[in-house]
Design a protein. Structure first.
Length: 307
C-alpha cells in the first residue's frame, strides 16, 4: 500500500470513529432526555450536526426540532441555506428573534462603532428553552475552537438560570454520560467536541454535504477594522476613516455580519479549503471580533448561558 493510500485510509478510519462517537452521543440524548433540541445557525458545524442526526435516526426523521436564534444581523446566504435545508430534509424549525427580545425590553441594544447582537442571543436562547421546556440543547461547539470551549464536557450541565460552572462539571468516564437534572435545569450537549476544523472539512468532502456559498471565495465589499475584514452591511456603521474595498474573500466561520471577519482567499473548492486550513496558523475563531473583546470573552458569555 502506497504512502498516500495509507494516509487516506487512516483519515477515513479517523472520520468514521468521530462519526460513530457523535452518533452515540446523539442517541444517548434521545434516550435520556424528554425534550431535546438541536441549535442551528446555518454554519458548517450545525450543518454537520444535522447530517449526523439524520444518520443517527435514519430512516426515521430527526426526532427533535432544530432551533435558530436569529439576531437579525445574519448573512442572507446563511438564512437562505437554512430554509432550503429544513425544507429538503423535512425537519421542524423553530426560530426565535433577538429583535423580539429587544422590543419586549428583555435585552438592550448595544451602541457604538462595534455594537453587536451576538451577546444578546443568550437572553433569547434562555427564554426559548424555558418557553418550550427543552431539557437538552445540542450544539456544534468543538474543543479546538477556543479555550473556553475546551473546558466543556459532552454533557454540560446548566443550572435553573441557564448558567455554566466550569469548575463543577460531572466526570465522563468510559463514555458514561450523566443527564440527571433538576426542575428548570438543562444540558448543553456537544456531540462533535473531539472534532477539529480539519476533521469537519474532510468530513464535508467525504460525505458530499452541501454548505452555504459563504465558505467559498467570492467578491464582496469589505472594510478593515482592528485587523479584521468585515463585510459591509447596514448593521455596522463605518468610521469616517474606513473605506470599502471589493475583495476576493471567504468566511471560515459564519456568525453575525457585525463580528464575523472574512479572509482573503482564492479557495473555490473543498479540496482547496482543506489545503488552506492545513497551512493556516490562525484558528477559525481568530476571525471573530466578539471573541477579542476581552481575554475571557467567550468564557464569560458561556457562564451566562451563551452557546
Amino acid at each position: 500500500m502506497s504512502t498516500s493510500t495509507l494516509e487516506k485510509h487512516r483519515s477515513l478510519t479517523h472520520l468514521k470513529e468521530l462519526e460513530a462517537e457523535s452518533i452515540f452521543v446523539m442517541r444517548e440524548v434521545a434516550a435520556q432526555f424528554e425534550r431535546p433540541v438541536l441549535l442551528f445557525s446555518g454554519g458548517k458545524d450545525s450543518i454537520i450536526m444535522t447530517h449526523l442526526a439524520r444518520k443517527a435516526f435514519w430512516p426515521a426523521r430527526i426526532p427533535f426540532p432544530l432551533m435558530h436564534i436569529d439576531t437579525g444581523h445574519n448573512f442572507p446566504e446563511a438564512i437562505e441555506f437554512r430554509d432550503e435545508l429544513v425544507e429538503r430534509i423535512g425537519a421542524r424549525l423553530i426560530v426565535r428573534s433577538v429583535q423580539d427580545s429587544i422590543d419586549q425590553g428583555r435585552a438592550v441594544e448595544e451602541k457604538g462603532w462595534n455594537a453587536s447582537r451576538n451577546k444578546l442571543q443568550t437572553v433569547t436562547l434562555l427564554d426559548a428553552i424555558e418557553e418550550f421546556k427543552f431539557d437538552a440543547a445540542l450544539g456544534g461547539g468543538r474543543r479546538d475552537e477556543e479555550k473556553a470551549r475546551a473546558k466543556e464536557r459532552f454533557f454540560s450541565h446548566r443550572d435553573e438560570f441557564g448558567q455554566w460552572n466550569p469548575k463543577a462539571q460531572r466526570p465522563e468516564l468510559w463514555n458514561l454520560f450523566n443527564g440527571r437534572h433538576g426542575l428548570g435545569e438543562h444540558f448543553r450537549v456537544f456531540p462533535i467536541s473531539n472534532w477539529t476544523e480539519m476533521d469537519v472539512w474532510q468530513y464535508i468532502l467525504q460525505e458530499n454535504i452541501p454548505i452555504p456559498t459563504l465558505y467559498f471565495t467570492h467578491r464582496r465589499p469589505v472594510f478593515r477594522r482592528d485587523g479584521q475584514l468585515l463585510a459591509r452591511s447596514d448593521y455596522l456603521p463605518m468610521k469616517p476613516d474606513e473605506a470599502v474595498e471589493e475583495m476576493q474573500v471567504r468566511f471560515r466561520t459564519v456568525g453575525d455580519m457585525t463580528c464575523t471577519g472574512a479572509v482573503e482567499s482564492p479557495a473555490n473548492s473543498l479540496e482547496e479549503i482543506i489545503q488552506e486550513v492545513a497551512a493556516s496558523r490562525v484558528t477559525e475563531r481568530g476571525t471573530r471580533a466578539d471573541d477579542k473583546r476581552s481575554e475571557a470573552a467567550m468564557e464569560d458569555r458561556k457562564k451566562e448561558g451563551y452557546f
